[in-house]
Design a protein around this ligand. Structure first.
Ligand SMILES: [Zn+2]
Length: 374
């Protein structure tokens, strides 16, 4: 990372001189004849780094000359000619730090170990690659003080196949992340929940720090770091859930959590927050399309938690009541009961012409009941 920045800055130092003209070929010559011999450690980094730096600077110069030609200043108010048209500037630490390796022999991955050409040590990754297939490219980047390897995989993973199970209804629980209508329970990610709590604490602490102080800057960095960590964790959790659903079932029925703000207060405590749900929804939708799976979203007004999934009666179900107990004899976990209702309603909206399905016969009064309470 810093090698790419170093190379970029070295090149710029040479080419910003008045009588030196920029060209990619000249940049290659300069890097081979001057920069590399001057800094022997370049032998330890991949030649990709130099080429990336040259491409970056070439891009910066191209844009500068284009603005100049079309007389479109980037900063019309700037005093100097260079500033006005955005002459390439030196790269500071931490801005756009990344480089990509595209050729096969330059990197390889074995389990959780990433090998990069000319780097003697192996890099330990936090998680193994989730897909099976050809590794085409790895991009190393840095954000909030952490390094990230983004790996491009050519995969047949999404090819349509026959999922083993028919259909599923999913309820996003209060305690667990999700409960499926077949009884599968996906527990909430404890590390994520812990980090969310820690974030709240850190944010409170940040707001108390004096503006412009060093302590505030440090607290701000800590918050940014945790933010990034949480968003990564959340993404991993949602990928896992959406993968599992679209791989195992032919039809997926979900409650749409993105309804109006008015109904948002019902299950505030659930592990999948409303903003996280938007991300999950997008993941499920594109994965379902790739895998040829049907998805049905039902409105959030459906009283899925309060309706008995066996007979359709509506009951009073405050949040702390964990079990649905109905006089028809149905005794069921609250979230499982909700998941079954969601499955029935989802299938019904998906196939209104098939009202005589087994699920429908089980809940004859559900539609009528929903209309009354909504
Ligand atoms: Zn009942």
């Amino acid at each position: 990372m810093w090698a790419r920045r170093h190379c970029y800055n070295q090149l710029l130092e040479h080419f910003e001189q008045k009588d030196v003209k920029w060209s990619k070929a000249a940049a290659y010559r300069h890097s081979i004849n001057i920069i590399r011999p001057a800094f022997p450690w370049y032998n330890e980094v991949s030649s990709r780094v130099t080429r990336n730096a040259i491409d970056d600077l070439d891009n910066a110069f191209k844009h500068f000359f284009l603005r100049l030609r079309e007389n479109k200043p980037a900063n019309p108010k700037a005093k100097t000619f260079r500033e006005k048209f955005g002459f390439p500037t030196f790269k500071k630490k931490g801005i756009g730090d990344s480089f990509a390796l595209r050729e096969k022999p330059k990197f390889s991955i074995d389990g959780r170990e990433l090998r990069i050409e000319k780097l003697k040590t192996l890099i330990k990754m936090r998680q193994p690659v989730r897909f099976v297939g050809n590794l085409n490219q790895v991009t190393i980047s840095q954000s909030a003080g952490k390094f990230y390897a983004s790996i491009l995989v050519e995969t047949a993973d999404y090819n349509p196949h026959a999922p083993e199970k028919e259909s599923v209804g999913v309820d996003f629980g209060v305690k667990s992340l999700a409960v499926f209508s077949d009884g599968t329970e996906i527990p909430a990610n404890n590390a994520l929940q812990r980090n969310l709590k820690a974030l709240k604490r850190k944010q409170r602490r940040l707001s108390r720090k004096q503006k412009g102080s060093n302590r505030r800057a440090r607290a701000k960095f800590a918050v940014a770091k945790l933010h990034k960590r949480i968003s990564d964790q959340r993404q991993a959790v949602l990928h896992e859930l959406s993968d599992r659903l679209t791989r195992d079932y032919k039809v997926i029925c979900l409650e749409d959590l993105n309804v109006s703000a008015m109904v948002r207060n019902r299950k505030l405590a659930r592990p999948i927050s409303d903003d996280g749900f938007g991300m999950l929804r997008r993941m499920i939708e594109y994965k379902a399309e790739l895998r040829g799976v049907e998805v049905s979203f039902i409105g959030r007004f459906e009283p899925s938690s309060r309706t008995c999934s066996e007979c359709g009666q509506i009951h009073d179900m405050p949040l702390d009541k964990r079990t649905m107990t109905c006089d028809c004899g149905n005794v069921m976990d609250r979230d499982l009961n909700a998941a079954r209702n969601i499955l029935a309603r989802g299938l019904d909206t998906l196939r209104p012409d098939l009202k005589r399905t087994q699920e429908w016969r089980k809940t004859p009064s559900l539609l009528g009941a929903a209309a009354v309470t909504a």
